[in-house]
Design a protein around this ligand. Structure first.
Ligand code: HEM
Ligand SMILES: *[C@@H]1O[C@H](CO)[C@@H](O)[C@H](O)[C@H]1NC(C)=O
Ligand SMILES: *[C@@H]1O[C@H](CO)[C@@H](O)[C@H](O)[C@H]1NC(C)=O
Ligand SMILES: *[C@@H]1O[C@H](CO)[C@@H](O)[C@H](O)[C@H]1NC(C)=O
Ligand SMILES: *[C@@H]1O[C@H](CO)[C@@H](O)[C@H](O)[C@H]1NC(C)=O
Ligand SMILES: *[C@@H]1O[C@H](CO)[C@@H](O)[C@H](O)[C@H]1NC(C)=O
Ligand SMILES: *[C@@H]1O[C@H](CO)[C@@H](O)[C@H](O)[C@H]1NC(C)=O
Ligand SMILES: *[C@@H]1O[C@H](CO)[C@@H](O)[C@H](O)[C@H]1NC(C)=O
Ligand SMILES: *[C@@H]1O[C@H](CO)[C@@H](O)[C@H](O)[C@H]1NC(C)=O
Ligand SMILES: *[C@@H]1O[C@H](CO)[C@@H](O)[C@H](O)[C@H]1NC(C)=O
Length: 520
C-alpha cells in the first residue's frame, strides 16, 4: 500500500503553490494538454498504468519507464547540444544496447498521449516522474515542451561490459560528473533488475522469475545502497560471476564509496534522486526551451463550444477549480460581453451553472495536495446578432467574503472570432468514421476550410496527422446566418487526439483549436 501511506505523509508536508510555476493563460494548447495529463487520471496512460508499483514482466511498469527515459536521454551530447529527451528511442529501441521487452511496451503505454502540440518525449519524461512516485519515491517537478526527434540518435547508451573510464566519459557527455553518475545509477537501479533472457552472460544463475533484481525491495528506496554497503547485495552488476560486467561495482566504488555512504540516508537519497532524475528528464537539445514547472492550475476553462442552435448561439464552457478540502462549494456565475452593439447590461450578460460535478485528480495531484477538482458547467444562450467577445466568472464562497473574479489573470477569456465555428451537434464523431462540421458565418462565398487532425494509434510512429478539406454539405441547410461545411475522416484503429480548423474567408485567415470533439 505505497499509495495511501505516501499520500498521507506527503499531504502533510507539500505546499500547493510553487513560486515561478507556469502561468496558464487560456487558450494555451501545450500547457492545457500537459496539465490534464499530469493531474487528471486516465487522460494519458502515464497517470494510471504504473500505480502501486504494478508488476510486469518479472519487473515493474515503473522500472521499465525509468529505464526507457534514461536510454532516451543517454544520447545527449553536451558539447554539441544535441540529443537528450527527444523520444529518439522510438527509432532506437531495437538496438542491442536497448534490449528488453520493456522498451516497446513502455513506448506503447504512451502511444495515445501525443497531439498536435505535445509529443512523445514529454510523455516519456512524465512517465519517469510517475514511475518514481508510483513506487513510493519523491515528487519530481515537470516541465514541458520537449520536441520529438524524427531520426535515431547515436548509439551512446552505456553498457555493463564497458570500463569505468568509458562510463565517466559517457556521463560527462550527458551532463553528469562522476559523483552525479554514481548517484544517478544508484537512483535508477533502485527499481527493477537484469533479465536472464536478455543478458544470459550476466545473469548466469537460474532465477525463477527470469530477472535478478537490483535490490530485495520492489519500491523506490535506497535498499540497494544498504545492501551494497553491507555486502548482502544480489545486484548482478555488483556481484555477478562475470567480473567484466560488474559495472555498478566499478561505478559505486569509484570514489572509495564516499557517495554511496552519503546515499545511506534515505532523506539524502530522495533529495538527490529527485534532483538528478529531474535533471535527467530536463536534458534536451539546446534548441529546445522547456516551460516553467507545471503545477495544478487553480482555475482552468475547458470544454468550450460556440455554435448556432435554434435561433441563437449556444456557448458551452466548464470551469475546473481545485476543490477546497473544507467542502464548501462556491456559487459561480459566468458573465460575457457582446461582440457588437450593447445587448448585455453594463455588468455583462450572465448565467449560473448548469451542472456541478466532482472530477478525480491523479495520484501526482493528490501528492501535491489536490484531492479532487470541482467542475462547473455553463450553457449560455447568446444573442445571434450581438454575439460574444469575451467571458469571465465570479465565484462566491457563500461565507460572507467578497466574491472573486476569475478572468484569465486579468486578460478575460477572449473569443477571437465567431466566423468559423466547430459544430459539435451537427458533427458525428462515432468511431472509426467521423464527420466534422464547421459553421461559417454568412452566405458561403466559396471559403477554404481545412482541418489538421492528429490521430493516435498503436503502430509506430503512433501519432500521425492528416489534413482534411471541408466541402459544402447539402444535408445541412444554412441556419441562423451560418453555412455548414463537412469533412469525413476515417480513422480505423486510431483515435482523434486533437484538431485545428483553419479557414480563409474573404481573404481573412481564421483558426480554432478543437481539443475535444464531443460536448460530453
Ligand atoms: C553505466 C550506466 C548503466 C548501465 C551499464 C546500466 C545497465 C543496466 C542493465 C544491463 C540493466 C538490465 C536491463 C534489463 O534486463 O532489462 C539495467 C536495468 C535498469 N536500469 Fe540501468 N544501467 C545504467 C544506468 C542507469 C541509469 C542512469 C538509470 C536511470 C536513472 C537506469 C535505470 C535502470 C532501470 C530502472 C532498470 C530496470 C529495468 C527493468 O527492470 O525493467 N540505469 N541497467
Ligand atoms: C560529442 O560531440 C563531439 C563533437 O562532435 C564529438 O567529438 C564527441 O565524440 C561526441 N561525444 C559523444 C559521447 O558522442
Ligand atoms: C560534481 O558536481 C558536484 C556539484 O557541482 C560537486 O559537488 C562534485 O564535487 C562534483 N564531482 C566531481 C567528481 O567533480
Ligand atoms: C543489510 O542491509 C539490508 C537493507 O537495509 C538489511 O535488510 C539487512 O538486514 C542488512 N544486513 C546486514 C547483515 O547488515
Ligand atoms: C563476460 O562478459 C563479457 C561481456 O559481455 C563476455 O564477452 C564474456 O564472454 C563473459 N565471460 C563469461 C565467462 O561468460
Ligand atoms: C566499497 O564497498 C564495497 C561493498 O561494501 C566493498 O566491496 C569495497 O571494497 C569498497 N571499496 C572501497 C574502495 O572502499
Ligand atoms: C426553438 O426555438 C423556438 C422559439 O425560439 C421554440 O419554440 C422551439 O421549441 C425551439 N426548439 C428547440 C428544439 O429547442
Ligand atoms: C443548453 O441549453 C439549451 C436550451 O436550454 C438546450 O436545448 C441544450 O440541450 C443545452 N445543451 C447542453 C449541452 O446542455
Ligand atoms: C475584461 O472585461 C471587462 C468587462 O467587460 C472589461 O471591463 C475589461 O476592460 C476587460 N479587460 C481586458 C484586459 O480586456
Ligand atoms: C464575405 O463576403 C461576402 C460577399 O461580399 C459577404 O456576403 C460575407 O458576409 C462575407 N463574409 C464574412 C465572414 O466576412
Amino acid at each position: 500500500m505505497y499509495h495511501s501511506l505516501w499520500l498521507f505523509l506527503r499531504l502533510v508536508s507539500t505546499a500547493q503553490f510553487v513560486l515561478g510555476a507556469a502561468v496558464f493563460n487560456w487558450p494555451d494548447p501545450l500547457l492545457d494538454t500537459l496539465e490534464d495529463q499530469l493531474y487528471l487520471p486516465g487522460i494519458s496512460a502515464s497517470s494510471e498504468l504504473a500505480l502501486d508499483c504494478l508488476a510486469r514482466d518479472g519487473s515493474t511498469v515503473a522500472a521499465q519507464w525509468l529505464r526507457l527515459a534514461y536510454h532516451d536521454m543517454a544520447n545527449h551530447n553536451s558539447t554539441t547540444g544535441t540529443g537528450g529527451m527527444d523520444a529518439s528511442i522510438l527509432f532506437e529501441f531495437t538496438r542491442p544496447q536497448d534490449i528488453g521487452v520493456g522498451m516497446f511496451e513502455s513506448l506503447s503505454d504512451f502511444a495515445f498521449s501525443s497531439n498536435e502540440y505535445v509529443g512523445l518525449a514529454d510523455s516519456i519524461a512524465m512517465g519517469a516522474i510517475n514511475a518514481v512516485i508510483d513506487c513510493g519515491g519523491p515528487v519530481i517537478p515537470f516541465r514541458g515542451g520537449r520536441i520529438d526527434a524524427t531520426v535515431a540518435g547515436p548509439a551512446t547508451v552505456p553498457e555493463p561490459q564497458q570500463d569505468l573510464a568509458s562510463h565517466i566519459a559517457s556521463f560527462k557527455a550527458q551532463g553528469f560528473n562522476q559523483t552525479e553518475m554514481i548517484m544517478l545509477v544508484a537512483c535508477g537501479h533502485s527499481l527493477g533488475g537484469v533479465r536472464k533472457v536478455d543478458f544470459p552472460l550476466i545473469v548466469t544463475e537460474n532465477v525463477p522469475t527470469g530477472i535478478q533484481t537490483f535490490a530485495l525491495t520492489v519500491g523506490f528506496d535506497n535498499t540497494l545502497v544498504h545492501e551494497y554497503l553491507n555486502s548482502t547485495t544480489e545486484n548482478v552488476l555488483v556481484v555477478g560471476s562475470n567480473i567484466t560486467t560488474r559495472s555498478d561495482l566499478r561505478i559505486f566504488s569509484s570514489d572509495n564509496n564516499v557517495t554511496m555512504q552519503r546515499l545511506a540516508s534515505s532523506t539524502t537519497f530522495n533529495t538527490v534522486c529527485a534532483d538528478l532524475i529531474g535533471r535527467m528528464i530536463d536534458t534536451v537539445p539546446s534548441s529546445v526551451t522547456l516551460t516553467d514547472v507545471i503545477e495544478p492550475f487553480n482555475y482552468k476553462v475547458t470544454k468550450t463550444f460556440l455554435f448556432p442552435q435554434n435561433g441563437s448561439l449556444t456557448f458551452l464552457a466548464s470551469l475546473r477549480i481545485i476543490s477546497s478540502r473544507n467542502a464548501r462549494t462556491p456559487t459561480i456565475t459566468m458573465f460575457w460581453k457582446e461582440r457588437t452593439g450593447s445587448f448585455c447590461p453594463p455588468k455583462g450578460c450572465s448565467v449560473g451553472t448548469s451542472d456541478d460535478t466532482v472530477a478525480d485528480s491523479s495520484f501526482l495531484a493528490q501528492l501535491k495536495g489536490v484531492p479532487f477538482f470541482d467542475l462547473f458547467s455553463f450553457n449560455a444562450s447568446i444573442d445571434l446578432k450581438t454575439s460574444i467577445s469575451h467571458f469571465w466568472f465570479e465565484a462566491n464562497d457563500n461565507d460572507g467574503s467578497t466574491p472573486f473574479v476569475v478572468d484569465n489573470n486579468g486578460a478575460n477569456y477572449t473569443i477571437h472570432q465567431d466566423v468559423v465555428l466547430y459544430d459539435p451537434l451537427r458533427s458525428d464523431t462515432s468511431n472509426p468514421f467521423s464527420v466534422l462540421v464547421v459553421g461559417v458565418k454568412g452566405p458561403g462565398s466559396n471559403p477554404s476550410v481545412t482541418a489538421l487532425t492528429t490521430l493516435s494509434g498503436s503502430d509506430i510512429p503512433f501519432t500521425t496527422s492528416k489534413t482534411s478539406v471541408f466541402t459544402l454539405d447539402p444535408s445541412l441547410p444554412p441556419a441562423d446566418g451560418y453555412t455548414f461545411y463537412s469533412s469525413s475522416i476515417s480513422h480505423i484503429g486510431q483515435l482523434i487526439s486533437s484538431n485545428t480548423i483553419h479557414a480563409t474567408i474573404n481573404g481573412t485567415a481564421y483558426s480554432r483549436w478543437v481539443p475535444s470533439l464531443d460536448i460530453g
